[in-house]
Each structure stands twice: as C-alpha cells, then as structure tokens.
Ligand binder design. Structure first.
Ligand SMILES: *Cc1c(COP(=O)(O)O)cnc(C)c1O
Length: 490
C-alpha cells in the first residue's frame, strides 16, 4: 500500500517511509492511497481474538513493507506494560453507554496506545530504508504526548527525543512526569507560549531546510511523534475496531448494527482514527467531536468556517487546549482532493481561517456532529458521573457532557461508546475541585486525598512520581527552539 501527501497526490512513498519522515516535504500529511475493507466476516473473526492479535491483523492491512513476524513481535512488546489484561477494555455504564478505557498504559493516557508501538515501527523503518543516520524525535505536547513519547523512546538505540511543552499549559502531574523522565537520549524543554506556539515551532523546524541539511551532515534526521505521523494514527484505528468487537462479544450489539463514538478532541488525531475505522466498514453511524472552551472544531463542523482567530483558553482539560487541529487536514483531503486541501491550508497559514465548499461541509456533517463544554460544565459532569459510581478525568468528562447534550437534542441514538482518554489522577486537582473537596496545590501531594474521597487507587506509575528527581528545568522563547535542538544534537 502506498502513502501520498494531502497536498500533492504525486508525492508517493511506502508505509515505512511515511513513518520515518513523519511529515511530507511539501508540508502535507501522509495518508493511505486507498483504505482496506473491513467486512462483517472479518469483524466476526477479530471478535474472537485478543487485543494484540486484533492489532496485528489491522496493522498488517496497512503496513505491507513490514513482515507478519515483525508486527506480531512489536504488538507483543508494545502492550506488555499495560496494567489491564484486555489492554483497552470496553466498560459498561448503562444499556446504551459504554466507556472505552485507553489509559492502562505506562503514562496513564491514551497516547500510550500508539506511542508504545512507535519506536518499533520507527527503528524498523530506519533499517528498511538503509538509513545510516540516527533519528531525533521532535515533539510538541499539550501534556500527554510528551510523556508517552519520552517513555517509549527513552534509551532506544539509534534515537534521541526532544519534547517541547507550553510553560503554563500542562497540569502539575503532567509536568512532573516529563521533567523527571529518565534516559540518556531524552531532553525536555518548556516553551514560553501555548501549545499552538510549541506545535508551530516544531513544524517550522521540520520545514527549515538549512537546519535539516546541517543536522543531516552531523548524522541526524528529524521525525515526529505527534499525530501528524501516520505511525501514531494507525494503532489508534485498532481500538475503535476492538471496542466494536467487545460490544459484539458482550451482546450489546449484533455484528453489523451501527454505533456512535464520542471523542474528546484536540488535535483531531484520535477521532480521525475513528473516521478511518468507519471508512473501512466498521458500522459507525456518527462520530461525536467533543471540545472544551477552545471550540474551534465545534464551530467548524457546524458552519464550515475554520477560524483560529479567537482567544486561546487555558482550561482544566489542557490536552485539548488547541486552536490548530493538525489532523483536520487529512479529513479535508478525504472529503476533497490534494489541490483543494493545499488551498485551505495556504489560507489557514495566511489568514488563520478558511471556509470549506458546500460539498466538503456536507460530507463532514454526514459523519460528524460536534459540541463543546466549558470548565464549569465539565466539573458538573465529573460530579454527576461520580454519583453514579464512575470516576472520569477532565477530558473524558467533556465527552460525557457533550453526549448528554446531544441526547437531549436528538434522542438516545442507540449504543454510544465514550472514548476515555486519561486516568483521573493525572488531573487530580481539578477532579477534587469538581467533587467539592477542599485542597491545597494540584500535584502528586493530592493523590492520597483523591484516594480517600473516591475510594479508588492511584495507578502505580503515578504513585512513585513524588520520589523522582527533576532533571529538566529549562524554558525558552519559541524563537529559540531551533537553537535548542542544535545544542541537543551537538
Ligand atoms: C491528546 C489528548 C486528547 C486529544 O486527542 P487528539 O488526538 O489530540 O484529538 C484528549 N484527551 C487526552 C487526555 C489527551 O491526552
């Protein structure tokens, strides 16, 4: 299967090259030239397998320059460190509501689902392409990607990893997770700005040919662990399919019956994976895109106008504080073509806004609906769910609240799966506030209190965080990001 750039369909490469490069030279994102089909029969077969085997089967459909043996080995290694035997369990809330728990990995957010696998795909891609240079992973993070990428690439031979996070844009626990990261090949740096500044800075470094040539002379290539990389999206397609299989197995749906997924969204990577699963043939009636107060996507899906010229809000769901959702570019491509997509992206970088054609808007609205929820609404949902015995984090709560509103407007709509993206302990301060518990600070010192108030247990990888030493304290202006990378690769 070939991969092409969203901005030029004649810019073609193999799967391993798409993963190695992260982003196309024309600034576009790689997408598969065509999608494999998922028949009801295949879904039935997948339902009989465990998560790893499902993952292997789905990856095989997309990565034809990797062998079956390689893929089998990678998925086995990638998901050993998960603390749940089902890896990504689908948990029943009520007869028509399920929660897909994606935070059983080592960093307690859904980013582990893909990032635990990415180093294997990436180092194999180096080999397959006769690449003798080493790869440096550059990542901008709104909190969770950074830690998941660090954990995945720490001390992986032939790689280095550098993570940029917005100085005041992540939770205390998220920050501590990153700044205490071990490993000889890792570096973490704060950026004075918000997530969009950090992400734009990283994209600019990828586009800087002079810097690229200089680093190449010194034996380095750059790649990305953000969801602009196809290697990030593909493993996420697996869990949509896997959740559907789980619903068949527990009798919640019959094979072929349509369901909806509700996805707390920021960079549009997670929900786009759901779109791909639906496009392959998974019976997905609708994808519900849930945003926080940074509701640029809600407006876009409702009106067809994407406009990032609006205030940036720092919210209690920081991993969704994003005004430029990179992966929307892939959706635009699938709804139009390369030339039209390149046009929208040029508009976006020039004016910060674009309006899609009627045809594209109709296409998007046939698959997506959208809603948003502010911090106050999010807190109310955390309270309401907890009353019913379910503790959710601030991001998942946005999804729950948007689903509530949607059902009020349109009726129940059949079985819905809420994609649960993080463990609540990552955001313990906000969760305690939501539950009405008085507290000081918002870091690891609150774990004991949250355990007492909720009768739950802090996950093991977070529990030991307070004993670790902070290794990285640097903070730079966004203009200094290229220089920081140069120094790291000296
Ligand atoms: C990254 C993240 C999101 C948003 O996912 P996107 O793929 O960027 O849309 C939502 N919730 C949590 C907890 C996250 O870490």
């Amino acid at each position: 299967m070939k991969y092409i750039s969203t901005r030029d369909k004649n810019n073609i490469c193999t799967a391993s090259q798409a993963i190695l490069r992260g982003i196309a030279a024309d600034g576009g994102l790689y997408v598969p030239e065509s999608l494999p089909t998922l028949t009801a029969e295949t879904i039935g077969e997948l339902a009989g397998m465990d998560y790893r085997t499902r993952a292997e089967a789905v990856l095989k459909m997309f990565l034809d320059d990797y062998t079956e043996m390689e893929l089998a080995f990678y998925v086995t290694k990638a998901y050993v460190s998960f603390d749940h035997p089902a890896v990504a369990p689908t948990v029943k809330i009520d007869d028509s509501t399920y929660m897909l728990e994606l935070w059983h990995g080592p960093t307690c957010a859904f980013k582990d689902m893909a990032l635990q696998l990415l180093p294997y795909l990436m180092t194999a891609a180096l080999r397959k392409n006769g690449e003798t240079r080493q790869v440096c992973i550059l990542t901008a993070t709104s909190g969770d990607t950074g830690k998941a990428a660090l954990e995945a690439f720490a001390d992986v031979a032939g790689t280095k990893i550098m993570v940029f996070y917005p100085e005041n844009g992540v939770s205390k626990v998220q920050k501590l997770q990153m700044t205490t990261q071990s490993g000889e090949n890792v570096c973490v740096c704060a950026v004075k700005g918000n997530f969009d500044d950090a992400q734009n800075g990283v994209k600019a470094i990828f586009g800087d040919r002079q810097l690229g040539a200089e680093l190449s002379d010194r034996g380095w290539i750059l790649s990305s662990a953000n969801s602009i990389n196809w290697g990030r999206l593909l493993p996420q397609i697996v869990y949509y399919i896997s959740a559907y299989c789980d619903l068949i197995n527990c009798g919640a749906v019959k094979n072929g019956e349509q369901i909806q997924f509700v996805v707390p969204t920021g960079n549009f990577g997670d929900i786009l994976a759901g779109f791909y699963a639906g496009s392959m043939g998974l019976p997905v009636k609708r994808l519900v895109c849930a945003s926080n107060a940074n509701n640029v996507l809600t407006d876009f899906i409702n009106t067809g106008v994407y406009d990032r010229n609006r205030p940036f809000h720092t919210t209690i769901s920081p991993s969704m504080d994003i005004l430029i959702s990179s992966n929307l570019e892939r959706l635009l491509f699938h709804m139009s073509d390369d030339a039209e997509t390149a046009g929208y992206m040029a508009e976006l970088s020039k004016t910060g806004r674009y309006t899609v054609s009627d045809r594209v808007l109709k296409g998007i609205q046939s698959r997506f609906v959208s809603g948003c929820l502010d911090d106050e609404g999010t807190m109310a949902v955390i309270r309401e769910y907890f009353k019913n015995g379910v503790l959710v984090d601030t991001h998942t709560a946005v999804g729950c609240g948007v689903l509530n509103d949607y059902r009020k407007r349109t009726g129940n709509g059949g079985v819905s799966v809420i994609v649960s993206t993080a463990n609540p302990y990552k955001f313990c301060g906000s969760v305690l506030t939501a539950l009405g518990a008085d507290h000081d600070g918002d870091g690891v010192e609150l774990f004991g209190q949250l355990e007492k108030v909720t009768g739950t247990k802090a996950p093991a990888p977070l529990g030991t965080l307070g004993e670790k030493t902070v290794r990285f304290t640097r903070s730079v202006e966004k203009e200094k990001m290229p220089e920081t990378v140069r120094e790291f690769l000296k």
